[in-house]
Design a protein around this ligand. Structure first.
Ligand code: 4NP
Length: 145
């Protein structure tokens, strides 16, 4: 799960998808394409909306997406089109590139919609992001049942 800062959207996506999959079989992680927040906890508003929904994401720490992530993961979900481009620019070959997906295409295929960046908005923005990611992650998880 990849966004810009790895403190708002992708930590939520990581926590939500983890909550829907068996950890014995799936590794879910998140990262940011930018380095601003490396080592930081998720934004307090992401921690709060996750907690409200029974998910603890306070153990996460921000990290940067690196080219080696293509070797470690089968699927890479971008939160928005800017992240998508930046992730793709680190791909070494076609088999890396086909791993990269826009997460909201799980809900509305081929539309390439972006999860809005809630960083500068209010709490309602985080609720909206939570709802979108919960829906997308339910679809992802259900494809493995
Ligand atoms: P995220 O949100 O990409 O969902 O983690 C942001 C967090 C920080 C900044 C931008 C977006 N920032 O500019 O510091």
């Amino acid at each position: 799960m990849v966004c810009l800062g790895n403190i708002c959207r992708s930590p939520l996506a990581e926590g939500i998808l983890k909550s829907k999959l068996n950890p014995d079989y799936f590794i879910v992680d998140s990262a940011g394409t930018a380095a601003y927040h490396i080592g930081e906890l998720p934004d307090y508003r992401s921690i709060a909306i996750a907690k409200k929904n029974g998910i603890d994401i306070s153990n996460q720490r921000a990290r940067k997406f690196i080219a080696n992530d293509f070797n470690e993961f089968d699927l890479i979900y971008a939160m928005d089109s800017e992240n998508y481009k930046n992730i793709c620019s680190l791909a070494k070959n076609e088999s890396d590139l086909i791993k990269v997906k826009m997460i909201l295409n799980e809900i509305e295929p081929t539309k390439d919609l972006s999860v809005p960046d809630p960083y500068y908005g209010g709490d309602r923005g985080f609720e909206n992001v939570y709802e979108m990611l919960d829906k997308a992650c339910s679809i992802i998880a259900s494809s493995y049942l």
